[in-house]
Design a protein. Structure first.
Length: 276
């Protein structure tokens, strides 16, 4: 359980997921604060995160929280941070950011410098407490504060630490963007099932439950994915026919290149944020 006051700057989907996960994990609602500029979104947050303090004023969160987590778009992170310099420097909370791109040194500088900062890359399944988040902290972040950051992200799934911030772009491409790769495959499977005459509801169940079972088995096994594929594949069988076509079209290479492109864009976002 988190014993510190946690403040979220931004009240979008990921912030709501983190706030909800913290409350479900036993955090007292009075220790949770969310700042969100939209009055309509504030009302939704008050209903979903009952008892938490919801405000349209970022300054309130910056001056009161022990941990301030920025959950805003990377394009606006710099001005949001710069507007809070005075309060952050007085309070000196642990800073966390889930914005894709902006680097720790930039975030620290935008907030006046000398702070404990943790960068986080979560992913969409955090919305149902089944996410995976990668974390990296600067040298000013103590072990105790690292544990606090890890507890927060563990409220919505698993958390892993990186040994280099340079690996964050790769994490963004693999696990941050990753759920969409699976959605694409599931969607193709649904469309194919319907093409063969299976009704939409059954098609969706077949595809989704196949994906759920396959990922559960992949998590449970210690063997490679190649070995699991071979267990399904038999000479002259349907899986072999499918994979011969996939290999002919270089499906593995296409997906690998797509992930490369996502990593490249993550690096570009970091550079753009630094120049802003």
């Amino acid at each position: 359980m988190i014993d510190n006051k946690v403040g979220l700057i931004g009240g979008g989907n990921m912030a709501r997921a983190i706030g909800g996960g913290l409350l479900r994990g036993g955090m007292h609602a009075t220790d949770l604060m969310i700042a969100e500029p939209s009055p309509e979104q504030c009302e939704r947050l008050r209903a979903e995160l009952y008892g938490a303090m919801v405000t349209e004023d970022n300054q309130v969160v910056a001056r009161s929280a022990d941990i301030v987590l920025f959950a805003v778009k990377p394009q606006i992170l710099k001005p949001v941070c710069e507007a809070l310099v005075d309060e952050i420097q007085k309070n000196r909370p642990l800073i966390m950011s889930i914005a894709a791109g902006p680097k720790i040194d930039d975030i620290d500088a935008w907030l006046g410098g000398g702070l404990s900062v943790v960068r986080v890359m979560p992913n969409q399944p955090a919305l149902i407490d089944q996410g995976i988040s990668a974390l990296f902290a600067n040298e000013r972040t103590s072990d105790d504060r690292k544990r606090q950051a890890e507890k927060i992200m563990s409220a919505v799934g698993h958390a892993v630490w990186l040994d280099s911030e340079s690996k964050m772009d790769a994490v963004t491409a693999v696990s941050g963007t990753g759920p969409s790769y699976f959605y694409l495959l599931i969607d193709v499977m649904i469309e194919s099932a319907m093409k063969f005459g299976i009704d939409a509801e059954t098609a969706r169940m077949l595809a989704v439950e196949t994906a759920r079972g396959a990922t559960a088995l992949a998590a449970a096994e210690t063997e490679s994915m190649a070995t699991l594929i071979e267990r399904v594949r038999s000479p002259g069988g349907t899986t072999t026919a499918a994979f011969e076509y996939l290999d002919e079209k270089d499906a593995r290479g296409i997906f690998s290149t797509a992930i490369d492109e996502a990593e490249r864009r993550a690096a570009e976002l970091a550079k753009e944020a630094s120049k802003a």
